[in-house]
Ligand binder design. Structure first.
Ligand code: THU
Ligand code: ZN
Length: 296
């Protein structure tokens, strides 16, 4: 586990710190170190006597400890509550030597985390700083849309309160939304398993605006593979590219991103391409070259 995360856990009051440390250690052993399952959440409520709101706010320093912020040193932490009851941590991630626009916001990181884990509905986000306009727009693409609850240290708001007169998928005639959109499994391809995984991820990506289905697979130094996929947005700019999606998850899983051994991007032929930016984002973190396949 990241040393910053361990320190944040140990800075919590004792009953919370000891139970949380045991839970996250168990989750790490199971390969999911940055979430709390519904039963674990209930156990924390019982052990601490805190209510939902107080517990969510108390855990924000732990979420923020996942941030990687070589540029701003400003750590944003998010706890996303999915319909399953699992809580997913998210944190901001900045890329050295890259434009500021390449950054992943904590809210995107948490939503991406829940989505890649198979969640189809997001109920609430607890955040240690007020979500920026870009994030409000990103949240608006999720199934509850205007009904998502945003819990901040200063109060609770619905997205409708924070993003009135919203622009969203329906303005562009799109009836699907992020997380619950049905995936378009692509016909399997033969060959390199890393490309195959990226290809599978592309089939589950959310690209109703460009039609450019895109998936990324990363291989760690010890041969572990994980995938990310595109999450487009009606307003285009808060879209999360597949490379960012994969790197955000790898960071939350505790990977040393400088040791990524191989990476693959698969995308379908469309009027957009993620290749140039994906190469730059990857190259800013590690030596791995980007294998690439563009499907007809
Ligand atoms: N940031 C977030 O993660 N979420 C927000 O909504 C506000 C801003 C991050 C982006 C950047 O890494 C840092 O905070 C400074 O803006
Ligand atoms: Zn933001």
């Amino acid at each position: 586990m990241l040393t910053e995360v361990l320190s944040a856990i140990h800075a919590l009051p004792t009953p919370l710190a000891s139970l949380l440390a045991a839970q996250l250690k168990a989750n790490q052993a199971a390969g999911t170190p940055a979430c709390l399952h519904a039963s674990q959440w209930q156990a924390l409520l019982t052990a601490t006597g805190l209510d939902e709101t107080a517990l969510s706010l108390a855990l924000l320093p732990v979420a923020a400890a996942f941030a990687h912020t070589p540029i701003s040193h400003f750590k944003v932490g998010v706890i996303a509550q999915a319909a399953s009851g699992t809580r997913y941590f998210g944190a901001n991630f900045e890329f050295p030597d890259q434009p500021l626009g390449a950054s992943i916001h904590a809210e995107q990181s948490a939503i991406n985390h829940a989505w890649l884990t198979g969640e189809t509905r997001l109920l609430s986000l607890t955040v240690n700083a007020s979500p920026c306009g870009h994030c409000r727009q990103f949240i608006n693409e999720t199934p509850e849309g205007q009904g998502v609850q945003i819990l901040l240290p200063q109060g609770r708001y619905s997205l409708a309160q924070l993003l009135p007169q919203a622009f969203g998928p329906t303005d562009l005639g799109i009836s699907q939304v992020l997380m619950s959109a049905s995936s378009r499994p692509l016909a399997p391809i033969a060959g390199d398993p890393l490309l195959q995984q990226a290809h599978q991820a592309a089939g589950a990506s959310y690209a109703p605006y460009s039609g450019c289905l895109a998936g990324v697979a990363l291989e760690s130094a010890c041969g572990e593979i994980l995938c990310g996929r595109s999450a487009e947005n009606a307003a285009y700019n808060p879209s999360l590219p597949a490379m960012q999606s994969a790197l955000a998850l790898a960071h939350l899983q505790g990977w040393d991103l400088s040791q990524i051994r191989r990476a693959a991007l698969v995308e379908t032929n469309a009027a957009t391409s993620q290749r140039p930016h994906a190469q730059l984002a990857l190259a800013s973190l590690c030596q791995a070259k980007l294998d690439y396949l563009r499907l007809p």
